[in-house]
Design a protein around this ligand. Structure first.
Ligand code: SF4
Ligand code: SF4
Ligand code: FES
Length: 492
């Protein structure tokens, strides 16, 4: 057993493709290469996930040795001379991708990930222009629609293992696993059961990390377009402050290209009758929960109060900690506040659309308060289809609902710190009462807090659970962490 423990205070000097670089001990070859803008192709590697070295696309030569090493999984060492790109390495990478393509449906033009697919990009970057190996038609299976929000098209799976890692390690849910070996190796729900029959909480994180079109959200854009084309129907949408930034990533545009004002104009052009700021409904929900927390503190009952970003987190609490379900907040979340309000706007029929993340799709189906939860990817597809050009769009203001939003004087941060990786600790002042708060990004972190509540060690008054690990930045939704999400932490 190795007892090697890297010392991050010690620097290691090495050469990559002839360029000198100095990085802390414990840095991977891949990270060191990125530091000097040397691109090494990857497929199984993903930020936040552990080192797995499954795809072998990132192989490099070290000191001219015959054995290639995976750059994503090996640390640099003093004086090593690394070559990331020669004919031998390129041929190996090309063969790996060609073999993946031999086992992959050739429906890129109609695939949901077309243009955003990492395999497609790798094939293009490596100059693959023809099928080098015969396709294995018998391996192609129809997509599985066995959950309320996700479609699994396992014929497209490249077995990178990202989804399994995120579900098991980041979420601690273990709803998907690997099975069989060699050519029969597959990613599946345990015992081959339907995803909805197992412990899946519908957080959508597996789809968020999948590099190809193997796991994706149910597309509801046709439903929304039908509502927009129905003259007897009014359609309202709420968007979060991060939606524009997430769409920039979707469109490959530089930061600041899609301002909120331009996005409002785009949504009006798509035919939405009202476009609302999700922040208004978050303020309303926050005001309601503020009252709930003060009442619970006064009555010394069911503390800490647990506030969940989505039905995914609620499912997590109910499935894994049923004895603590009474701690869940009974207040409406921002989407439901929005849904209730737009349904009562006037006598005409309003359809409520919320733009957020996959986890909210399950919630929309369950609660029925909002009609559809669209992901930013779906919204991006609708905008592309309509040919809207953000460059020439004017800025438009949000519609207002019931006058101004309530004053959000509720919480003011006093102290704010990262208590553990992915767990934020804060103190707030609320009407003269000091509130101790904890927020978890990702369900494995939430599990740590839930375990501490279970054994009576949690001293917080309120606990927030975000079912994603990145504060929802990637999905363009900031409505989950009403008080102390990671995103808000970065803002403060
Ligand atoms: S939706 Fe979440 S819980 Fe379900 S399989 Fe995917 S990562 Fe696991
Ligand atoms: S489903 Fe997607 S993330 Fe999971 S192993 Fe297959 S390609 Fe990778
Ligand atoms: S990215 Fe390194 S082995 Fe897959």
């Amino acid at each position: 057993m190795s007892h090697y423990k890297p010392d991050p205070n010690k620097n290691v000097n090495l050469i990559i493709d002839g360029l000198p670089v100095s990085v802390p001990e414990g840095t991977t070859i891949l990270e060191a290469a990125r530091k000097i803008n040397v691109t090494i192709p990857t497929l199984c590697d993903y930020p936040e996930l552990g080192r797995r070295a499954i795809c072998r696309l990132c192989v490099v030569e070290c000191d001219g040795r015959s054995k290639l090493v995976a750059a994503c999984a090996n640390d640099v060492w003093e004086g090593v001379n690394i070559v990331t790109n020669n004919i031998r390495i390129l041929n190996i990478r090309k063969t790996i991708v060609e073999l993946l393509l031999a086992n992959h449906p050739q429906d890129c033009l109609v695939c949901v990930r077309s243009g955003k697919c990492e395999l497609q990009k790798l094939a293009a970057d490596l100059g693959i222009r023809e099928q080098a190996f015969c396709r294995e038609e018998e391996n192609q299976k129809p997509p599985l629609k066995d959950s309320e929000t996700l479609v699994r098209d396992m014929g497209k799976c490249v077995k990178c293992g990202r989804c399994v890692e995120v579900c098991q390690e980041i979420q601690s849910v273990r709803a998907i696993n690997t099975a069989c070996r060699s050519v029969n190796y597959e990613i599946c729900a345990p015992y081959g059961q339907a995803l909805s029959e197992g412990p899946c909480v519908f957080c959508g994180q597996c789809a968020a990390v999948c590099p190809v079109g193997a796991i994706y959200e149910y597309d509801q854009t046709a439903e929304v377009r039908a509502a927009l084309n129905d003259n007897g129907q009014n359609v309202a949408v709420q968007i979060a402050s991060q939606t524009g930034a997430a769409l920039e990533t979707e469109f490959g545009l530089p930061s600041g290209s899609i301002t909120t004002g331009k996005l409002v104009s785009a949504l009006k052009r798509l035919g939405f009758d009202k476009v609302f700021d999700a922040g208004v409904f978050a303020d309303m929900a926050r005001a309601e929960i503020s009252g709930e927390i003060l009442t619970r503190i006064k009555n010394k009952s069911k503390l800490p109060l647990i506030n969940c970003c989505s039905q995914g987190s609620i499912n997590f609490v109910k499935n894994f900690f049923p004895e603590l379900a009474g701690h869940l907040s009974t207040c409406k979340n921002p989407r439901n506040v929005f849904g209730d309000l737009v349904k009562n706007l006037d006598s005409s029929r309003f359809t409520g659309i919320s733009v957020s993340c996959i986890a909210h799709k399950f919630e929309a189906r369950q609660s029925g308060t909002i009609d559809v939860a669209l992901t930013t990817r779906e919204l991006g597809r609708m905008i592309k289809l309509s040919g809207i050009d953000f460059k020439t769009l004017p800025e438009s203001p949000f519609d207002s609902i019931m006058g101004n939003s309530p004053a959000s004087e509720t919480f003011k941060a006093v102290n704010f710190k990262e208590a553990d990786r992915g767990i934020i600790e804060a103190e707030y002042s609320l009407q003269g009462t000091t509130i101790k708060a904890l927020a978890a990004n990702g369900l494995a972190n939430a599990r740590k807090i839930m375990d501490s509540i279970k054994v009576g060690e949690c001293k917080a008054d309120i606990v927030e659970i975000m079912s994603c690990s990145n504060g929802r930045k990637a999905d363009g939704c900031d409505c989950g962490g009403l008080f102390i999400s990671k995103f808000r932490a970065e803002q403060l």
